[in-house]
Design a protein around this ligand. Structure first.
Ligand SMILES: [Zn+2]
Ligand SMILES: [Zn+2]
Length: 339
């Protein structure tokens, strides 16, 4: 089989590999579609501190079960499945309190072990979530990116009277906007970014306002509209945003961070405690695959609004380069693996 491998930082190749056999408790998935994510780029360029090389990248993937390991009784050959990349131990403290995404022995498929940019991948059967007939392949491969939003919103339980402010109109921000509007019915959602095309995508995803913060000073814009956000999501992931979010937030607001910067954020306690703000963080997803599959079945979200390109996996180099360089026209890029 062919696999897309990062042999070492900056060396991305398509390799011929032996067809893997599923171990006990695993299934083998014949991949149909996979999505390119920022973290795939980070592994390619050597910027992911968790990655070990060589690595088959890809943690957003969908396909059909074509082999079943010993002891697997609840999956069948031919079943369409989307794969949750989070593998957890099930018994450590975070696992016991419902946060397998930060398991003390966390393994992420496509980061810590070989992933889904491959014609076939073996994964634990419990990570392979069956996709109902009514959900298309294109939507099924988008389950993982939407679990990022499900994890964010699951932490803060949005309500219709929330005024949400989302920083960043990339995939994480746009899926969050769709969840806030489509699933939770949040009445006002404001998105901030610096790329006009991305802001237009945010509007298509349901944002009530899309603000270019190179054109507008966000604080002044909010003040003029007399808006104090009650829920702020940092999907732009810059360390300076926390400080701004704290100052813009309504009293009793919630702030969710998704960044992984090692740079400190400078923020005074007074700003947080004076308004009794709640600050959350969100990483990967904690068992959100069934949640998002349900959203898709009910038509509450529309992944097509994020998909800008679909390319053959043999063009992975071009696809990833496009994904990295053309932020105007490129949002989610899918790779096809079907014959
Ligand atoms: Zn991702
Ligand atoms: Zn655990």
């Amino acid at each position: 089989m062919k696999s897309i491998v990062v042999r070492q930082p900056e060396e991305l190749v398509i390799e011929e590999r032996e067809l893997p056999q599923p171990q006990a408790g695993e299934v083998r998935v014949k991949i149909r579609l996979a999505g390119i994510c920022g973290s795939d780029s980070h592994i390619w360029h050597g910027h992911n501190p968790f990655a070990k090389y060589p690595r088959v990248i890809g943690h957003e993937f969908f396909g059909v079960i074509d082999a079943i390991g010993d002891g697997v009784t609840d999956r069948v050959l031919g079943q369409r499945v989307s794969v949750d990349p989070v593998i957890s131990c099930g018994h450590c403290y975070p696992c016991r309190v419902g946060k397998p995404n930060v398991c003390t022995s966390l393994v992420v498929i496509g980061v810590h072990r070989d992933g889904g940019f491959s014609e076939y991948a073996c994964v634990p059967a419990s990570n392979a979530w069956p996709i109902p007939d009514g959900v298309s392949d294109r939507h099924a491969v988008m389950v993982e990116p939407f679990t990022i939003a499900a994890n964010v919103t699951g932490q803060v339980s949005p309500i219709p009277e929330d005024i949400a402010l989302v920083y960043g109109a990339g995939p994480m921000g746009l899926t969050t906007v769709q969840a806030l509007k489509g699933v939770y019915g949040v009445s006002q959602v404001i998105v901030v970014d610096q790329i006009p095309e991305r802001l237009a995508m945010a509007e298509r995803c349901g944002a009530d306002w899309a603000i270019d913060n190179r054109q507008h000073v966000l604080s002044a814009w909010l003040e003029e509209k007399q808006i104090r956000p009650t829920l702020i999501v940092d999907a732009a992931c810059h360390p300076s945003i926390l400080q701004e979010a704290v100052s813009l937030a309504s009293p009793a607001a919630r702030i969710v961070l998704m960044g992984f910067s090692s740079e400190p954020s400078s923020v005074a306690q007074q700003g947080i405690t004076g308004k009794e703000l709640a600050i959350y963080s969100s990483r990967l997803n904690a068992g959100k695959f069934p949640v998002v599959i349900d959203w898709l079945q009910k038509g509450l979200i529309d992944p097509d609004k994020l998909i800008t390109h679909v390319m053959d996996y043999r063009q992975v180099h071009d696809a990833m380069t496009l994904f990295e360089r053309d932020r105007q026209h490129c949002c989610k890029v899918l790779l096809t693996f079907a014959d």
